[in-house]
Write a protein that binds this ligand. Structure first.
Ligand SMILES: N[C@@H](CCC(=O)N[C@@H](CS)C(=O)NCC(=O)O)C(=O)O
Length: 217
């Protein structure tokens, strides 16, 4: 059995953040499929593992016992410390990474992912709530694009877990309603992440959470 098990599914950008971290770090890990679209995350069995009923969940088979952790930001932080990669090298970077992880979870991923869910998966494109989320997501993309002007990566001159968190949903421009050419710094930054050694797309790292006939990448 692999050291790390990641409960995940390919349509989840939050899961992708952590799967990408494991893969880029060369970790010994396996993806365990969660049937999200038929309600597995809301089952009592799943909530026993993660009361929040959310993916991703990381299990680390440590010599002193299994460690089980949810929340992509917490998982990224744990993996950076455990694997010694993509983490901070000083207190200033530590603070900046935390700052961007919190902003990602509040302002970027929350709106982007919810917009995508309502428009791409639920097809509620005309719903005013969907449009509200898209406008909020666009604001976040503008902030990130402005921050990336003149920078290769978000916090340092090398990629950190802040980059891996922020990029989670942005490799699906069509599904999130983004024209990448509107955000040239962001587009170039995604290209730098995609060029990292061992980089893989979500569909090459995780199984679909849909039933086979409906699976999408
Ligand atoms: N802040 C959490 C968000 C996790 C999240 O929203 N996961 C979604 C899939 S992308 C989920 O499992 N949702 C289940 C639900 O809301 O019922 C993280 O970063 O891990």
């Amino acid at each position: 059995m692999a050291r790390f098990i990641l409960d995940c599914f390919l349509e989840s950008g939050n899961a992708y953040k952590t799967a990408l971290m494991l893969e880029l770090s060369g970790a010994d890990w396996e993806a365990r499929r969660v049937a999200f679209f038929t309600g597995q995350t809301r089952s009592p069995e799943f909530r026993e593992m993660n009361i929040m009923g959310e993916v991703p969940v990381l299990t680390d088979h440590r010599p002193d016992g299994d460690l089980v952790l949810s929340q992509s930001g917490a998982i990224l932080d744990y993996l950076a410390a455990t694997l010694g990669q993509f983490g901070p090298t000083n207190d200033s970077e530590r603070g900046e990474i935390l700052r961007w992880l919190l902003w990602d979870n509040h302002k970027l991923t929350s709106y982007t992912a919810t917009y995508r869910f309502m428009s791409f998966f639920q097809k509620k494109t005309d719903d005013p709530v969907t449009q509200f989320f898209h406008a909020r997501a666009e604001n976040a993309w503008k902030v990130l694009d402005a921050h990336l002007a003149g920078r290769d990566f978000v916090v340092a001159d090398r990629p950190t877990i802040a980059d891996l968190s922020l990029c989670g949903y942005l490799f699906w421009p069509d599904q999130i309603g983004m024209d990448p050419d509107t955000y040239p710094n962001l587009k170039a930054w995604l290209g730098r992440i995609a060029a990292l050694p061992r980089y893989k797309r979500p569909e090459d790292l995780m199984p679909s959470g849909m039933e086979p006939a409906k699976a999408t990448a």
